[in-house]
Design a protein around this ligand. Structure first.
Ligand SMILES: [Zn+2]
Length: 213
C-alpha cells in the first residue's frame, strides 16, 4: 500500500482528536500533503477515533480521487486552498473542540495577549468570517487567512490548524483549546490582566528569533 506510514499517522491523530473530545461522531477532518500533487485526507462520514487505512483517501490538487474507494471529506476544498497558499504547510487538522468552538460563536478581542506561550507557539489567531461548511466560499476565506495564520477560528463552526506534519497541526489544536479553556475561566473570574502592547511586541520578536516566524 502506498503511503502506509503517512496513513498510519493520520489514523493516530484521529484517535487523539477523539480521545481529547475535540470531535463528536463523524466530525472533523485531517489531511497531509505527500507530494506536489497528492494529498491524503480522511474520508467523509467516518468516526475519527476508529479509522482504518481504507478511510484515508488520496486526492490530487484539483480534488479528484487518485486512490481510495470512499469519498474524501467534503471539506477537502478548504484543505487544498491552504496547500496552494502555503508551501511550508504539510498537514491540516480541522476539529470542533468545545471551548474553541464556543469562542468562535462569540465576539471577543482575539488580539489581546494573556498567555505568552500561545504567542510563541501559534502567534496570532486568525478569525475566518462565517461561510457554510464545505462551501467554495469558506475555502476561499480560509485560503486568505492561511497566508497569515497557523491557527484559524471558523466563525460559528470550529477551528483549523496548520503544521509541518500531522502532529504539529494537532498540537496547535491542543494549544488552541487549552488557551480557550483558560480564557473561559478568566471570563468567569473576571479582571483578567492583559499583557501590555510592548510585551506583546517583545514576544513576537522572540517568536521570530527562535522559530523564524
Ligand atoms: Zn467542521
Amino acid at each position: 500500500m502506498k503511503y502506509r506510514k503517512e496513513k498510519k499517522l493520520i489514523i493516530e491523530i484521529g484517535k487523539m482528536l477523539y480521545n481529547k473530545n475535540f470531535v463528536a461522531s463523524n466530525d472533523g477532518n485531517i489531511s497531509m500533503r505527500v507530494s506536489d500533487d497528492e494529498v491524503l485526507i480522511t474520508a467523509t462520514g467516518v468516526p475519527k477515533g476508529a479509522m482504518g487505512y481504507q478511510d484515508i483517501i488520496t486526492i490530487d490538487m484539483g480534488g479528484h480521487v487518485i486512490d481510495g474507494k470512499n469519498k474524501p471529506s467534503s471539506e477537502y476544498k478548504m484543505h487544498l486552498e491552504v496547500y496552494k497558499k502555503r508551501k511550508d504547510v504539510m498537514a491540516c487538522v480541522h476539529a470542533h473542540p468545545q471551548k474553541t468552538t464556543a469562542f468562535s460563536i462569540c465576539e471577543f478581542d482575539f488580539n489581546e495577549v494573556i498567555l505568552p506561550e500561545v504567542v510563541l507557539s501559534i502567534g496570532n489567531i486568525g478569525v475566518a468570517e462565517y461561510a457554510s461548511p464545505s462551501s467554495k466560499e469558506l475555502a476561499g476565506i480560509i485560503g486568505e487567512k492561511a497566508s497569515e495564520y497557523d491557527a484559524i477560528l471558523l466563525s460559528n463552526h470550529g477551528a483549523l490548524t496548520l503544521g509541518k506534519d500531522p502532529y504539529d497541526a494537532y498540537y496547535k489544536m491542543e494549544t488552541l483549546e487549552h488557551y480557550f479553556s483558560i480564557k473561559l475561566y478568566t471570563k468567569i473570574l473576571g479582571n483578567a490582566k492583559v499583557l501590555p502592547e510592548e510585551e506583546k511586541a517583545h514576544l513576537f520578536d522572540i517568536r521570530k528569533s527562535v522559530y523564524g516566524k
